[in-house]
Design a protein around this ligand. Structure first.
Ligand code: GDP
Length: 536
């Protein structure tokens, strides 16, 4: 190694860090849980500072208007808070209105995922989709089943659904006593203690007072209705009898999920959850690179860009690249190498976004995320490093579900149109596909969320001066053909399927729906298809 090695990284900086993302379906209570976690983290005295983030769920047009008005970007950010000496990084994933590829990519920077489920609804679509990405990365998953204070599915049914439908083993850490009006608390299996539920005033904006009693305490009889007490004893027997034994290694491999019940709104079960998460969650892990595994304690700084954010306000047209630190120590104004371009760059104005405020980051370690000024320097997946060259693997393209021809309203602006489309594609704002029919030159926008279309059109006007319109295509499923064009030719004509090519000229099949896809797969078992593609 040519460069002199920096000081070794203090292992306690790595030991105390936990980084995670919450995966959930809209309305399961993610904003509420986030607020409560921050409350326990002492980051804010009264929960509620996350309110601005609530606005994210307004219509997309409002979202853009808000960005303009506020002059800063309010889409998903990274929240950092401390709890009992630990440092937690919560990588926020946006809600449904702004569901985009960024939501998936954020999971590429996470070490753990918290799967938040509404107890009345069980598993829902967006949770399942995000879970699949977690599985791909073998992320440890912690399940928090929320809203027990409301009428719920039976807890055993909820557990069974996770096991059966996600193929994920469960280990219940705390178990609810009653649900809805009869919700009385949770039983903590680790300490064999009952935590009694008390509704908190003011929608749980203060920490809940926690009353605990041990299972053998005679006071239980006066505190719990007899039927709830006997139900609990029966449930515990079932869990102890047929439930799996706790296997931390399986948790770390994403094969077993610790399960918690509670009510985020009432702050109930949140602290119990947090304590177990800190104990069982993965601390920053080594990352695969072209040089093999890079440990978080590797003394040279390195990291990769997993998300880009463009400000919609033309007056503050700043763009931010979010970088996950993988090794070494990040310092403000440090000069680093950019693996893709071979250039050296100074990382000035690094920032972390905390709720509504931006803070300047002075130092950061593995597991942290910093927002960097991005005047077009960074693309999704870029590696930056100091010392010996290393490259982290690219972030895959995720299966788009919305497709539309993008048309240029003013043909005299074709140069700007092409430039804009190419740059937005490179930046990872949207995927671009093309018809194999040479006469159909219009690019096909392919996105996982409607917001991506709107952002692309908005930015084309504001940054490239081009008005565009969309012609929606009637497809909802995309699959890459693993064997390439040769395989496709052998298969011959496919009915109800649109054959297109991606930016690397690889074949992609578009289907109207899952049913059409299943039919084609049934007819052509030789056709190997993938919902996700890595850049070549
Ligand atoms: P998000 O879309 O996942 O961010 O969901 P929110 O945190 O905004 O919550 C959606 C709704 O569920 C809001 O009206 C919350 O007040 C409510 N909510 C969240 N947690 C609980 C809970 O534990 N119990 C009850 N009864 N309502 C809850």
């Amino acid at each position: 190694m040519q460069t002199e090695l920096r000081d070794a990284i203090a292992p306690q900086e790595i030991e105390r860090r936990r980084n995670f993302a919450i995966i959930s379906h809209p309305d399961a209570g993610k904003t509420t849980l986030t607020e409560k976690l921050l409350l326990y983290g002492g980051a804010i005295q009264q929960a509620g500072s996350v309110k601005a983030r609530r606005a994210q769920r307004h219509a997309t047009s409002d979202w853009m208007a808000m960005e303009q008005q506020r002059g800063i970007s309010i889409t998903s950010t990274v929240l950092q808070f401390e709890y009992q000496g630990f440092l937690l990084n919560l990588l926020d994933t946006p809600g449904h209105q702004d569901f985009s590829e960024d939501t998936y990519r954020t999971l590429a920077a996470a070490d753990n995922a918290v799967m938040l489920i509404d107890a009345a609804k069980g598993l829902e679509t967006q949770t399942r989709k995000l879970f699949e990405v977690c599985r791909l990365r073998s992320l440890p998953i912690f399940t928090f089943i929320n809203k027990l204070d409301r009428p719920s599915m039976s807890p055993l049914e909820l557990i069974d659904e996770i096991e059966r439908e996600l193929g994920l083993a469960t280990y219940v850490i705390n178990w609810p006593i009653g649900t809805g009006d009869q919700f009385r608390g949770v039983f903590d299996r680790r300490h064999q203690q009952i935590h009694l539920f008390q509704k908190t005033a003011a929608h749980g904006s203060k920490k809940a007072t926690d009353t605990t009693i041990s299972l053998g305490d005679p006071r239980i009889e006066s505190l719990l209705e007899p039927e709830l007490y006997y139900q609990l004893k029966e449930d515990i027997e079932i869990l102890d009898g047929v439930g799996a034994t706790f296997d931390l290694e399986a948790v770390h491999q994403g094969k077993m999920t610790p399960v918690f019940f509670g009510s985020a709104m009432n702050n109930f079960g949140v602290e119990l959850f947090l304590e177990s998460f800190l104990e069982y969650g993965l601390k920053p892990t080594p990352h695969e690179s072209n040089k093999g595994l890079i440990a978080p304690t590797y003394p040279e700084f390195s990291g990769f860009v997993f998300k880009l954010q463009a400000n919609m306000d033309p007056k503050h047209r700043d763009r931010i690249a979010f970088l996950r630190v993988c090794s070494g120590k990040f310092e403000k104004d440090m000069v680093v190498n950019h693996a893709r371009t071979g250039k050296t760059i100074r990382l000035s104005h690094p920032q972390k976004l905390f709720a509504q405020e931006r803070d300047t980051v002075e130092v950061a370690y593995a597991g942290d995320v910093v927002g960097l000024n991005n005047p077009g320097t960074f693309a999704i997946g870029d590696t930056v490093y100091i010392g010996e060259k290393l490259v982290y693997p690219n972030i895959p393209s995720f299966s788009p579900e919305l497709f539309a021809y993008l048309k240029n309203a003013d043909p005299t602006k074709y140069k700007n149109f092409n430039k804009g489309v190419t740059e937005l594609q490179e930046e990872g704002a949207v995927q671009i596909l093309h018809s194999t029919d040479e006469s159909k030159r219009n690019p096909i926008l392919a996105a996982v969320g409607q917001l991506q279309f709107e952002v692309v059109q908005f930015r084309l006007v504001n940054e490239y001066g081009v008005e565009t319109y969309l012609e929606t295509l009637p497809y909802s499923v995309a699959r890459w053909v693993t064997g390439g064009w040769a395989v496709l030719e052998k298969v011959g004509r496919l009915f109800n399927t649109f054959v297109v090519k991606d930016r690397w000229e690889r074949p992609v099949l578009l289907f109207k729906n899952q049913w059409n896809l299943d039919q084609i797969m049934g007819e052509h078992p030789e056709l190997e298809l993938s919902p996700i593609a890595l850049p070549p």
